[in-house]
Design a protein around this ligand. Structure first.
Ligand SMILES: Cc1cc2nc3c(=O)[nH]c(=O)nc-3n(C[C@H](O)[C@H](O)[C@H](O)COP(=O)(O)OP(=O)(O)OC[C@H]3O[C@@H](n4cnc5c(N)ncnc54)[C@H](O)[C@@H]3O)c2cc1C
Length: 286
């Protein structure tokens, strides 16, 4: 049952931040509510005040900004899938977003809410890691940019201060001859394993590679060992090293045994998805 709460409706970031600062642990930001209301209904969390940030103008904008693509934290999953700029510049993110949750959740759930909740079985964080994204946190008296690999702190924990809002996700524009792919596997409501690969090619060589794994462990993470193994190799040579890269990524995924499968099973699936995601990205690079 959902207990009574007070709904605050600030119209600026500063007002929202002041409310969070004033009410501390008893208040929470309310975006789409798809996670928040669920945990409140189930009695897992109790907040006296919800700070609805949907009335703050501009927080759902998607635009090109200074060499990066800026995605407002309040853009819903549905909005991300339908945006022409993202379809052109970040097709891998659009493809990922089309497969997040179900149509009801995509319609109201936001990309910012997904990242802030930091649920381990979530998709966008893993791809955003491979894309080298950052997020913007804002409060009453300023804003700061946080590289996404420092945003996830643990399961359900992010790097925001108590009075900060996530306002924006910034993704560098894809360089020439680069491509990214994200693949996931799961048989429950949420994914069991997700793997993202970013490649930038120079002729037939891998100039830059980034690999990220998610869902298997408490939070998504980059896998520098696998990246180094693939970087600087020809695409053919890199393809031959994928078993090794997959084993490294599996171990680095920090997989835990749970309802989604055993640690060993998840580590194996990481390797399988890495091979397939690499093949997809390499094909686009070629
Ligand atoms: C049935 C179901 C299936 C799902 N399946 C998937 C899936 O397959 N893949 C996947 O990736 N995700 C999945 N999800 C998660 C879904 O993507 C999230 O529920 C949604 O994106 C959360 O966004 P929201 O706007 O509703 O957040 P809310 O519920 O409003 O907020 C979530 C948390 O983030 C905080 N928050 C929200 N916005 C901000 C902000 N701007 N700044 C600071 N803090 C903020 C809130 O205070 C709250 O603690 C699923 C969810 C459900 C319910």
């Amino acid at each position: 049952m959902l207990r009574r709460f007070r709904l605050e409706e600030p119209e600026t970031i500063s007002e929202a931040s002041s409310l969070l600062a004033r009410h501390g642990e008893s208040a929470r930001i309310y975006a789409g509510g798809t996670e928040l209301l669920l945990v409140m209904k189930e009695g897992l969390a109790r907040y006296e005040r919800l700070v609805n940030v949907k009335k703050i103008p501009g927080l759902d904008q998607i635009k090109l900004d200074n060499g990066s693509i800026s995605i407002g934290a309040l853009a819903t999953h549905r909005r991300v899938t339908a945006d022409a700029l993202l379809q052109q510049h970040l097709p891998a993110l659009v493809a990922l977003e089309k497969n997040v949750a179900n149509i009801r959740v995509r319609e109201v759930g936001t990309i910012g809410g997904n990242l802030c909740f930091a649920e381990p079985h979530a998709d966008p964080g893993t791809l955003l890691l491979a894309l080298g994204a950052s997020v913007v946190a804002a409060k009453d008296d300023g804003r700061r940019e946080i590289p996404i690999d420092r945003f996830f702190v643990d399961a359900y924990e992010n790097a925001l201060a108590d009075d900060e809002l996530l306002t924006e996700i910034r993704v560098p524009r894809m360089p020439a001859r680069s491509a990214a792919a994200y693949l996931k596997f799961g048989y429950l409501e949420r994914p069991s394993v997700g793997v993202a690969v970013f490649l930038q090619c120079d002729g037939k060589a891998v100039r830059e590679s980034r690999v990220a794994v998610g869902c298997a462990g408490p939070m998504p993470r980059r896998v520098s060992g696998a990246e180094e193994l693939l970087r600087g190799k020809s695409l053919d040579e890199a393809s031959r090293r994928l078993d090794e890269a997959g084993a490294i990524a599996g171990r680095a995924s920090d997989a835990i045994s749970d309802l989604h499968g055993s640690k060993e099973y998840k580590e194996h699936i990481v390797g399988v998805l890495l091979k397939r995601a690499f093949a997809q990205a390499a094909e686009q690079c070629r």
